[in-house]
Design a protein around this ligand. Structure first.
Ligand code: SF4
Length: 226
C-alpha cells in the first residue's frame, strides 16, 4: 500500500530545540519564498508492505525540507530516483514534488532524523531523540527483509536502534563498508551504502554504477529470502 506510516505527533514534533530554532529561521534559496517550504518534520513514504527499507540521514535543507518528501527536489534525489526506477523500485524516474505521482514499489524511504539539521549534521542527541520514530517505522514495516542505510551516520543509527531493541550488543562489531551486508539476529539484512549526496557524486565517491551494484545486491537479498 502506498503512503506514509502513522507516526503519532511526528508532524508537530518539537523535541529537538536546535532543529526547531534552525527551521524557524532557515532562509529560502535565492528566487524562492519561505512560504514555498515545508519547514517541518518530513515523514517517510512509499510501499508500506515493502521488503526494502531505505534509510537516509535527514531532510536536505532545500530538497525534502522544501518539498515535504524525502530526497525530493535536491541533488541526492535527482541522482537516486532514476536509478531506483531503473532497478524496478518505482513507477517513474522523476521526483520533483510531493504530488508528482511517484510511487515506490516494494520500497519504503525515510530518514534517521526527520528534521533538517544545520550543515546536514544532526548531533548525537538528535539521532537518539528521533530514533523513537525509526523504531516505530521498523515495527510497522513488518515485511522488511533488507534495510539499506545510506551513509555511515544512518547506518550507525540503525545499528543503535537494534542495540536498543536488544538485538545488537556492540555496533562497533558492524563496521561500515560500502555494499557490505550483515545478517541481524531477527533474519533481516543490513546493507551499507555511501550516501548519494551531491558532494559524494561530484567527488565520484558515489557513482551510478556503485549505487546500481547496491540495488542489485538488495534485490538478491530480498529474493533469496522469499
Ligand atoms: S528530529 Fe525528530 S525528534 Fe527531533 S524535532 Fe524533528 S521529528 Fe522531533
Amino acid at each position: 500500500m502506498q503512503g506514509s506510516l502513522d507516526l503519532p505527533d511526528l508532524e508537530h514534533c518539537q523535541r529537538c530545540p536546535r532543529l526547531v530554532d534552525y527551521l524557524a529561521q532557515l532562509p529560502p534559496r535565492r528566487g524562492r519564498q519561505r512560504s514555498e517550504y515545508w519547514n517541518r518534520s518530513v515523514a517517510g513514504f512509499g510501499d508500506t508492505d515493502a521488503r526494502l527499507w531505505l534509510v537516509g540521514l535527514a531532510p536536505g535543507a532545500h530538497g525534502a525540507n522544501r518539498t515535504g518528501r524525502p530526497f525530493t527536489g535536491d541533488g541526492a534525489g535527482d541522482f537516486m530516483y532514476p536509478l531506483l526506477h531503473e532497478g524496478g523500485f518505482s513507477n517513474q524516474a522523476e521526483a520533483t514534488s510531493i504530488d508528482d505521482g511517484l510511487q515506490l514499489i516494494d520500497l519504503y524511504i525515510s530518514n534517521a532524523v526527520k528534521c533538517v539539521p544545520p550543515a546536514n549534521k544532526p548531533t548525537a542527541a538528535e539521532f537518539n531523540t528521533c530514533r523513537s520514530y525509526l523504531v516505530e517505522e521498523w515495527r510497522q514495516l513488518s515485511n522488511v527483509r533488507v534495510i539499506l542505510a545510506l551513509g555511515r551516520d544512518a547506518f550507525l543509527s540503525v545499528l543503535r536502534m537494534f542495540k536498543e531493541l536488544g538485538m545488537v550488543d556492540r555496533p562497533a562489531d558492524y563496521p561500515f563498508k560500502h555494499n557490505g551486508c550483515y545478517l541481524l539476529p531477527n533474519g533481516q539484512r543490513l546493507l551499507a551504502c555511501y550516501h548519494t549526496s551531491r558532494y559524494n557524486v561530484q567527488t565520484r565517491r558515489m557513482t551510478p554504477e556503485l549505487f546500481q551494484q547496491v540495488l542489485t545486491h538488495a534485490r538478491q537479498l530480498m529474493d533469496d529470502q522469499k
